[in-house]
Ligand binder design. Sequence first.
Ligand code: HEC
Ligand code: HEC
Length: 719
Amino acid sequence: MRMATVLKRHPAGTLLVVLGVVAAAAVAAWHSTTSAPVDEAKAAGLSAADFPEIAVDLFKPMDGGIALSPDEIKGRNSWLLWTAGNQAFWDQVARTGFGLVDLLKTLDSRRRPHRFAEMGLINEPGFKAAAAPDAYGLWLDEPASPAAAEIDPRIYGRPSGVIGFRIFPNPAFDAQAKQRWNPERYYSDPTYYTDPDLVRPYRIGVACGLCHVGPNPLHPPDDPENPTWADLSSAIGNQYIREGKVFTLAQPRSFFWEMLNAQPPGTSDTSRAASDHINNPGAMNAMLLLGPRLAEASEETIAGGGLEFPGGAQRRVPHLLKDGADSVGVAGAMLRVYVNEGLYFQEWLTDHDLLLGLRAQKPFPVKAAFENSVYWQATFARIDDMAKFFLRLGPMHLADAPGGAAYLSQDPSVMDRGKIVFAENCAGCHSSKQPPGDIDPRSEPAKQWYRDAVMRPDFLDDNFLSTDKRYPVSLIKTNACRALASNATRGQIWDNFSSETYKSLKSVGPIEVYDPTDETKPYRFDTPAGGPGYYRPPSLVAIWSSAPFLHNNSVGVFTGDPSVAGRMRAFDDAIEKLLWPEKRLGKESIWRTTQESYLRIPEAFVPVALRPLVRDGYLSLGPIPKGMPINLLANIDPTGRNVLDLALAANKALLELAGQKLTAGSGGALAPGDPIDTLLASLMAASKCPDLIEDRGHDFGTHLPDSDKRALIEFLKTM
Ligand code: HEC
Ligand code: HEC
């Protein structure tokens, strides 16, 4: 029976579901301990000294073969191999995740021949597809040659055949578990593999390289499915990863699948695990030329947290992340990401409600992490070397890529004009070389300063091509949802990782967004104060290599082709759309459901009274019609006072919409006065980010004559 029909017959049904979920969450919160738990390494009596770094230069041909110092070598090894104990977290998620997340299945070796095309994963050089399942009946890549003896598998696991995933033996896989283990059923039978008591033979750990290693633009692989080490770059950002396919086994017809399906390749929603109820995946940007970025770091007040900066101090910190929220220094930013991947999850999971986010967050306590997590301590001890390694990653010029010179203009007058256009329209935000402090940046002398600066032959040398400052989204006018991320605001999960300066930022005021109920006038949204609402200009270093553009990869085609020609095809399309906004998708860029789907609530969260309605392990709410703007539903915040009102409004809208056709491309616009309008309006009103158009804004330079835009493009290619 369809849930819609059921709910029509039992109008109280939804209410009960919602009440049940809220009650379950409240019980979970109540059960969470008040004293901080310890992590696995601490419980085993280990110390940070038991987790040494690796001194051997294991990845020598990577990153253009640069010669690294001993510390830098250790840093790169940690970046690519260290999982900080998160294998226990991913195992727990696999057991309790209703079969939705299981990295052991992601690694299925039968997928190796098309992993890059299908999932954007980078196959590890030196491995091949398995000829047969292993001793436990699992399909895992096989080494083409013996594994490097320098890597202690107890600390780093063994390679999985995919960069960023490491395989550890599962300590819980004892004789009894072995007895029960049935690989055929593991791959095929949901009643078997969704059992939380099923013990898998291995645990999979995630290292940072998973999302940050990508094909080297200056040394592209001949076959992206089979790169060599020389073809890879440590921090270019994996611009090809398809997060939904890598991390979940979500199936069509569920709303979650639709959310992941709409997510652009090369992005990750870093606030999905600890949900802030905003669906806002962001691109993995390249981390190149960080020296000048650190040099231009801004003065901020830090309220302690026990990281490298003592509390209350005014310190110069870089602004990490697209919104500049990570603002207590480099170590804080790095450790926070480790936690987000499962470091010291024993504490982290008590501070929020994984994926669902039904109860209010608590700040992850950095102090407790230092005291009770040996993995945290061992990670902290690695940060300096990792930072030293990053500082060595220089620019990547198109001229140095195979065949790259052919894409560059040889006409000095065009190049000179491009430089002047950049000076007058872009350098104020996209240059770390700025006029001296006593010159007003908007004054005529400042403009002259920029014009002189860009004409100097060394303008691009040691230039991070960003000011690293935060600018209001009301000025940038791009989709606001990433800027509105709230996890680093006061009292939220990442509170300890943002500065007082960030937490005291003023609201950027009201912004105007597209209104699906009335296309004739914009919808006004009041942005909150306390941190959200800003974007940091990304660096334009090697911008030729990283299209599509903007924080959500929304501007330009995705070619999936890491060759120079493939990157240039993406660049040409993206820059045209950036500078000629009439060529953008506009309303077509709204993420929509592709078919009828359901909000599926796992049985464990369904109140007993409604369990008879569960089918195949889920209570399905809906149907959600095809063409529904995804973020209209995904950005609704169920925490707080109005939770029941909101859920009821949402479900009512769903039921009313059930008979409607919101076909993709119609813009979702309905005849004025349509009763559906009221329902859409209530969803808009309940939204944490009702900004639906993904590829809008950043109008800088769009007013220029075509010849100036063309000249500017030629200069951008040289960055
Ligand atoms: C699931 C994908 C994923 C994994 C795994 C991942 N990252 Fe990232 N990383 C991202 C994304 C997406 C961004 C861009 C986020 C943003 O700027 O808002 C990012 C950005 C960063 C940045 C900030 C870059 C900048 O220029 O401001 C740092 C630092 C970073 N990651 C460190 C790490 C560390 C340390 C790890 C390993 C613990 C890691 N990342 C693992 C997806 C990932
Ligand atoms: C007021 C500051 C500001 C000015 C002026 C400005 N930008 Fe930006 N730029 C930004 C910000 C902030 C972003 C990130 C916006 C986002 O992702 O939503 C950005 C993003 C970009 C991107 C996308 C980068 C990527 O990695 O996806 C490009 C390309 C770019 N700008 C080029 C330019 C050019 C060319 C000019 C001059 C015509 C210019 N910008 C002027 C602030 C500015």
